[in-house]
Design a protein around this ligand. Structure first.
Ligand SMILES: Cc1ncc(COP(=O)(O)O)c(C=O)c1O
Length: 393
């Protein structure tokens, strides 16, 4: 399922946007946005075909398709040990919107939200778009002890939201139960809402184990909004589908009101909801094989990247991105991105503030959700492209 023969580059070149195949010059391998090169599980496409055959595309329920909410609640109960209720799960048109919606529901103008640094740009962007102020909390790549004292020092009377990204894109950190208990305890003591973005929670490499912060205890759960999505684990980015889950009715109502779903201004589309339901109900086998494949590519990628002079890469615990320290090349991440694009014909994401925050300075991010052949070709080009750096002066 995950060998080179399953990848259809002709289709990807027409459909894969967001810095990927459809946007790069011919011949360039885009290891940019974290979106798999593989087609989704066949059961998902079959379910979409079945649905479309009826030729009815009516308005759906503003708070989401009941059968999808049921499947999602079952997933949280079985896989995440959370006593989830379908009534508190709101399907939304992407995890990205879920992050923004949570910020919109819980932040007033001038309120502060703590975000990790480095972290995906969506956090700062969402906090600021909702009128809030993003306060970065440093969690450097390879960190062995999270500085909880520092986290507490960042909290002011204006702090309302603590934004978790677990597993953490771009560093691949998977938070331990003990770390999550510390974070949860701080949120309880300072009366903060926890936004837990868990879109990467299915992409975790053994022996690391994923824990949902909402599973820890009732007190922590009651202040947590969990954001989930289907772009990473099932390759459904273009369907724009995700969920936000509250733990009680009051928070659910705030999310629902902020969503504008009742006014039909926003809403998760029906095709995407039945596709996501099929993913949960029928495609566990596909996800398991994907993970086995990713484990192999991760090791290959990390080994090869560490052989590039000036590059250092720690194996991610989760996510399918390698976050590579390039300081040994004596070049900036933007310069490395340009060298790789021009001389290696490989496109990567530079560690700029606008992508991942100040903490990404000196790094590049490489997505590896592709075949072994494409990855080997990209890595060999990277090695050749970087020959001569750092320059001997
Ligand atoms: C941490 C994180 N959250 C959310 C998203 C966005 O997911 P979606 O495609 O569902 O909007 C991404 C995508 O890269 C991500 O890495």
């Amino acid at each position: 399922m995950f060998d080179n023969s399953t990848i259809n580059l002709e289709v990807l070149k027409k459909r894969a946007y967001n810095l990927r195949w459809a946007t790069v010059p011919e011949g360039v391998i885009p290891l940019t946005a974290a979106d798999p090169d593989f087609p989704c599980a066949p059961e998902i496409a079959e379910e979409i075909s079945r649905f479309t055959k009826d030729r009815y595309f009516c308005y759906g329920p503003p708070d989401g398709l009941p059968e999808f909410k049921e499947s999602m609640a079952g997933y949280f109960q079985k896989k995440r040990n959370i006593p989830a209720s379908p009534a508190l799960i709101l399907p939304v048109d992407s995890a990205a919107f879920g992050i923004y919606l949570t910020c919109k529901a819980f932040l007033s103008a001038g309120d502060q939200a703590i975000i990790f640094d480095p972290v995906d740009f969506l956090f700062r962007y969402s906090v600021e778009s909702a009128g809030g102020i993003a306060v970065p909390f440093s969690i450097p790549p390879g960190i062995t002890a999270v500085d909880f004292e520092h986290l507490e020092k960042l909290i002011t009377k204006k702090t309302k939201l603590l934004c978790l990204c677990n597993p953490l894109n771009p560093t691949g950190k998977v938070f331990t139960k003990e770390e999550l208990l510390m974070i949860g305890d701080i949120a309880c003591r300072y009366n903060l809402i926890i936004l837990s973005d868990e879109i990467w929670s299915d992409i975790v490499y053994p022996p690391n184990v994923f824990t949902s912060i909402a599973s820890l205890n009732e007190e922590i759960r009651n202040r947590t909004v969990t954001v989930s999505g289907f772009s990473k684990s099932f390759g459904l980015a273009g369907l724009r589908i995700g969920t936000v889950m509250a733990s009680h009715n009051h928070h659910y109502k705030l999310l629902m009101a902020a969503s504008l779903h009742n006014a039909t201004i926003h809403g998760a589309n029906l095709i995407s909801q039945i596709a996501a339901k099929a993913a949960l109900d029928k495609c566990g086998y596909w996800l398991n094989s994907f993970l086995i494949h990713l484990n192999v590519i991760r090791d290959l990628c990390v080994n090869e990247l560490n052989r590039v002079p000036g590059f250092k890469c720690i194996a991610p615990e989760g996510c399918y991105v390698a976050f590579v320290n390039i300081e040994g090349t004596k070049k900036t991440s933007k310069e490395i991105q340009e060298i790789l694009l021009n001389s290696a014909k490989v496109s990567v994401v530079p560690g700029l503030k606008e992508w991942f925050g100040e903490g990404a300075n000196g790094y590049i991010r490489i997505s590896f959700a592709t075949s072994e052949e494409i990855m080997m070709e990209a890595l060999s080009r990277i090695k050749k492209g970087m020959t001569g750096y750092p320059k001997v002066v």
